[in-house]
Design a binder for this molecule. Structure first.
Ligand SMILES: Nc1ncnc2c1ncn2[C@@H]1O[C@H](COP(=O)(O)OP(=O)(O)O)[C@@H](O)[C@H]1O
Ligand SMILES: [Mg+2]
Length: 302
């Protein structure tokens, strides 16, 4: 990769690095549809791993299996060597946090309150203590508030603390989701299309934000369609197609794999993915690699 990560002193992850997240042979069926079919994923400490693939490839479903939103039909998920139960609350407490492809914030709460919600899984005060408002509650409440403010500043929303989530522009809502996920003190952060709907400046800020999250010692798994973003950001990339791993490797390896290009531009008989789902930047990256011929640029008529 030509652009060195800002965190130059960090060694590239090797086999000797500790495995943080490990998913083995994950299968998820919905009735007759197999959305995820035997997918493995290994993420090391401090690694940024990209998950790409055309729409419907099973990326979000795989995230849902990792985070306990779905109970996989088969397979297992381990965090720091321990099996994770398919229960979202337990998964968060074990150290895995996520953001959603479709933003899920509390629209009528402030930015600060949304981040404080993320803290609750780490505070001792249960509902009863909260009602009685004892000293533990008050101390934790104050600490939560301070930590939430720090996290808002970390993602660049320090001055938006009192704004209602629903009044924030879309790109800021995505950043707020990241702050809320970080508030749970995760060791692994999963981001589902973090730059969807962002302008190029926000996308660049998000890339830098993810590098800074890695510097904090977290591992990150990121689903994204913007290939330039993925290839600049990630240490390794896995490409899913129709629920299966098509290929996995360094950005250079995956970028030059003709099957990846094929999957995106919908070669073969599957018309589900057409050229107009490629962004201009995707086209540029593909063209730079000599993989997209000028005639491929002509939009298909459906
Ligand atoms: N809850 C569900 N019930 C039934 N089918 C689902 C469900 N969630 C996802 N699918 C199907 O699984 C496949 C993979 O979807 P998804 O994981 O959202 O893909 P991606 O995130 O890669 O675009 C799609 O065919 C989708 O329609
Ligand atoms: Mg998805």
């Amino acid at each position: 990769m030509s652009t060195a990560p800002p965190n130059g002193e960090m060694a590239a992850p090797t086999a000797a690095t500790q495995i943080v997240l490990e998913a083995r042979d994950v299968v998820m069926r919905f009735g007759g549809l197999t959305a995820v079919n035997g997918v493995d994923l290994v993420v090391h400490e401090g690694e940024i791993v990209g998950l790409i693939g055309p729409n419907g490839a099973g990326k979000t479903t795989f995230f849902n299996c990792l985070t306990g939103m779905y109970k996989p039909t088969s397979g297992r998920v381990m965090l720091r060597g321990r099996n994770l139960p398919p229960r979202p609350g337990r998964v968060v407490r074990a150290g895995m946090a996520r953001t959603f492809q479709n933003i899920r914030l509390f629209a009528n709460m402030t930015a600060l309150e949304n981040v404080m919600v993320g803290r609750y899984c780490r505070t001792k005060a249960g509902p009863v203590t909260s009602i009685l408002r004892g000293p533990t509650y008050r101390r934790e409440e104050r600490e939560s508030r301070e930590r939430a403010q720090e996290l808002l500043e970390f993602v660049g929303l320090g001055r938006k603390a009192e704004h209602l989530a629903r009044n924030l522009p879309y790109g800021e809502q995505r950043k707020l989701e990241i702050a809320r996920a970080l508030a749970t003190d995760p060791v692994v952060l999963l981001l589902d299309e973090p730059t969807a709907g962002m302008n190029p400046i926000e996308t660049e800020q998000t890339m830098n934000l993810i590098f800074r999250i890695r510097e904090m010692g977290l591992a990150v798994v990121v689903i994204e369609h913007d290939m330039r973003f993925i290839f600049q950001l990630c240490d390794r990339v896995t490409c899913l197609v129709r629920g299966e791993t098509l290929t996995e490797g360094t950005p250079g390896e995956v970028q030059s794999d003709p099957r990846v290009i094929e999957a995106y531009i919908g070669g073969g008989d599957d018309d589900e993915i057409s050229h107009d789902e490629l962004t201009d930047e995707d086209r540029e990256v593909l063209r730079a690699g000599g993989e997209l011929r000028p005639e491929d640029d002509v939009e298909r008529t459906r």
